[in-house]
Write a protein that binds this ligand. Structure first.
Ligand SMILES: C[S@@+](CC[C@H](N)C(=O)[O-])C[C@H]1O[C@@H](n2cnc3c(N)ncnc32)[C@H](O)[C@@H]1O
Length: 213
């Protein structure tokens, strides 16, 4: 249920395009976990950050149905590209139809497979990114971060979603839940990393914004 504050923010922020609204509806109808969508407010923020960085190369770890990659693609500089990684190949048809409806099919590339394996290939190819959005398996956030930092240009930004996990990271510091443990490990490592500056924005379940020095 949307709170009064959430409603007010949504009504006073840029609207979703028709293609994005279509994709939200299809994600609700055709998948089991529609809550995984980043949502309109976070989507607009992703787009604005891409625009502020004048990003030409964006990497997304965790495509799901392609919703956040559409927002990221809308924030690209002309001629830029979003590489999006997804392990669940059953989502491919929906991703491609959403991207096509949004008109971003030429600015987005889907890479199906395990994110860490694909990132290793990209490292070997010498790729560099301006912006990297981490939004996949929470147990692997620290490993994604270590690989992402090597793929990121100096001054580039890593965004990591869900880093407070509904408050579990500070309410249950001794938990054995592997997702929460993964995020606690990630947050502690980033906080102590002298090579970045960072903050956790209290948006939804927490969005970390990390800039490589
Ligand atoms: C939270 S959803 C991503 C939501 C999407 N960024 C959005 O906002 O629309 C996480 C996605 O990561 C994918 N995923 C999980 N483990 C993965 C892995 N090892 N490699 C690549 N993708 C993975 C899941 O299949 C899922 O679709």
């Amino acid at each position: 249920m949307e709170s009064a504050q959430e409603k007010y923010i949504r009504e006073h922020s840029s609207e979703e395009s028709e293609a994005l609204k279509w994709l939200v509806k299809q994600t609700n109808l055709r998948t089991n976990y529609p809550r995984m969508l980043s949502g309109q407010i976070q989507g607009e923020l992703l787009k604005l950050i891409a625009q502020m960085l004048q990003a030409r190369n964006i990497l997304e770890i965790g495509c799901f149905t392609g919703y956040s990659s559409i927002w990221l693609a809308m924030g690209l500089e002309a001629g830029g590209k979003v590489d999006s990684l997804e392990i669940n190949d059953e989502l491919e048809d929906l991703i491609r139809e959403g991207w096509s409806r949004a008109g971003v099919q030429d600015k987005t590339e889907l890479h199906l497979g395990d994110a860490l394996e694909i990132m290793e290939l990209f490292l070997n190819e010498g790729r560099k990114y301006d912006l990297i959005y981490i939004d996949a398996n929470k147990r692997e956030y620290l490993n994604y971060y270590k690989a992402a930092k090597r793929l990121l240009r100096k001054g580039g930004v890593i965004l990591a979603d869900d880093t407070m996990l509904g408050g579990k990271v500070y309410d249950s510091p001794e938990t054995s839940d592997k997702q929460t443990r993964g995020l606690i490990e990630f947050n502690d490592f980033v906080a102590a990393d002298p090579e970045v500056e960072q903050l956790i924005l209290p948006l939804r379940d927490g969005l970390s914004i990390i800039r490589k020095l």
